[in-house]
Design a protein around this ligand. Sequence first.
Ligand code: KG4
Length: 344
Amino acid sequence: MLTPKEKIYILAIESSCDDTSAAVSCNKLLLSNVVASQQIHEQYGGVVPELASRAHQRNIIPVVHEALKRANIDKDQLHAIAFTRGPGLMGSLLVGASFAKGLALSLNIPLIDVNHLQAHVMANFIEEQDIENKQPSFPFLCLLVSGGNSQIILVKSHKDMLIIGKTIDDAAGEAFDKCAKVIGLPYPGGPYVDKLAKEGNPNALTLNKANLIGYDYSFSGLKTSFLYQLRDKSKENLNFIEDNKADICASLQHAIIETLMSKFKKAVSDYKINDIALAGGVSANSGLRNAFTDFALKYNKKVYIPKLTFTMDNAAMISISGYYKYLENDFCDMSLPPFARVII
Ligand code: KG4
């Protein structure tokens, strides 16, 4: 156990997809969080894994250097290095993991492996200087929605998390991005859909909303119905997409949010939960944030949504996760490999 005055400095590294990020924390307090995003993927309409790992290799040293500089910390003051072990793109993960291992070895300090999805949930616990930070009480339910995952997680403690619902095919973010691509929006399309949806009619298109047994999600039918409706309507009016972009976006967003919220509401009721949280890149969506807070207001639930910077991929969430593992001496071996697919 730490003595009350002990200061533990952790350097955290996140490189699971197309953002290279490093953060430094002192106990629970975040001192710096630097993110280098990779624009190169825009021209391909999606992340190209090989290009992502090469960009991580170029970015990792300057990003770590900048994080230490902004935190005003020398690397010799660090107590541990935390890194994203997975899930993610293997080539991208390998860059962060190898860097973290090399640095930990050279500084002779412990290495802490962090699950990327659990870290998204932990974003709700990041503390910053002079910023009020309200944190959910255990147990709470977290709706984790990102480009690669859509999950309902029962969070029993900082480390004990149970996935009670997940997507059986595409993630919500993927549905946003793929449908956005169909109507000619840039990658990633989620934020563009969000912006256009504000001006549109959410009931203009009737899209397929899967209702699986239990708490699982499916978005592949929604994507297919989106594609077919636009194809049919474009046969009648060649300019249908251009003429109705806001309505199309509003309908798409509405269908995705309804699908996400219906299962989440059911889980909250079944598990008799009072505190609810959002996490992951799609939680930046204004419609989802509104639906979430409206639901909380109506049913008297306490709602927690991380700051926008911490909903996207970032190392701040890795550092707070690493800190709780540090407290329990939960360190990892240098031989531990990254993993690409979900294990939570
Ligand atoms: O968690 P995240 O940063 O990383 C990955 O999972 O890779 O999530 C990225 C996803 C993308 O699909 C992006 O389109 C979506 O989050 N996203 C949004 C919004 N902002 C980001 N989706 C809908 N509305 C937004 N405002």
